[in-house]
Design a protein around this ligand. Sequence first.
Ligand code: PHE
Length: 466
Amino acid sequence: MSEKRENWGSKLGLILAMAGNAIGLGNFWRYPYQAAKNGGGAFMIPYFAALILLGIPLMLVEWNQGRYGGKYGHGTLGPMVYLQAREGANPKVARILGGLAGALALGVTVLLNSYYNHIIGWTLGYAFETATGGYMDKAINTGEYFVKYIQSPGKVMVFWLIALAVLGFAVMRGIQKGIEAWAKFMMPTIYVFGIILIIRTLTLGAPVKPEWTPIAGLNYIWSPRWQDLNWTAALAAAGQIFFTLSLGMGIIQNYASYLKPEDDIVLSGLATVSLNELAEVILGGTIAIPIAYTFLGPEGLGAGVGLSFIALPNIFRQMAGGQIFGTFWFLLLFFAGFTSAIAMYNYLVALLEEEAGVPRRVGAVLVFIIYIIFGLPVGLEPILTKTADLAYLTELDNWVGSYLLVVLGLLEVIVTGWLLGLKGLEEMNKGSFWKVSKTFYNVFIQFLTPVSIIILLGFSTRDYFK
Ligand code: PHE
């Protein structure tokens, strides 16, 4: 066991750090285009179903595993799963499950960061491009501008390295002085920028066509369309819930491992979900989609990954004050991505620190190097292939961002719900203000959550081979 582990400095710091962990590029970059691509109103039905069936139960399971592991000096998934499984299953099975969970979590974190950190770099680069007026000339095609951007090593690699270096520096300083301090500054700023951008969005009027109003854009997302419901949208929605809530990765557990044994996890877990959903469906959903709709109509929503980096820049330069609002948008994206990347970075540093005895400072440097090695192919793809289809990045996001997170989520809920069984409920309710009821535990955590994940995995595997 390691010497004394750090704890969170304050309740507010913990909640902001957890919100920072969950609120990320998923909320502002990924959610708008996933919702738009999957039919808008047809996406929101499975989205909320997944939030209730998977998101909330798993969030509680992960906080539970984290605080439990922290008691024994462990902040990473392998040992946590092993310890919980050992209480209810034979040690051999526990060791296999722990090993599997540890390896999967390590793989997912490294692979996800190989592209996630690049997108963080793009957001920083684009904040700079916007503030300095890089693409403000209307003769510039913002699609071509983006392609040129990701193909120029001097820009793409430099901003990526700056982002990584600042991340490494933040993690080196530890939980209170590093993670908590950055979250306390960045998280409130995200909400402030978000609200400013929403006001701007809703006052855009209808500059192109009378029927293309911001409200019509919102209607597109908020009118349920049962007839368009399909499995692809359901899978995308479930994947998005995992991604946006940082589930199935071990990073919620890692942050929860710095709790004290009697700290409330039920209330804090629910607060994390609420703050994230507020930032996703309200802030994330009320900026990018209505802005794109106002200028480009329903067609503009088909922009996919490029929505934030191609469609929106094109619009920012057409609207009054766009250079300022555009800079706010990319800074907001940067802060959101940064506070999530800190969580993933800290996961790897904790792994090295606790399971291999590597000091935090050295660990932070090692992770920096690992990130560069795995991130280089993603950064080099558009430069070497001279194309901008980002095929490798997209494939990684499909596999890691949707599939592997779900697999790991299943393993987690089986270990707590089935192997630890009702002791898991007891553990969850220790020190909590609101108690999770036995019915909720039986119906959701032990039954509906694992069963719906199994069904999901079945369908997505079938779709893959179709
Ligand atoms: N939840 C964060 C986001 O929305 C970060 C994250 C992504 C964490 C994917 C885990 C998996 O961006």
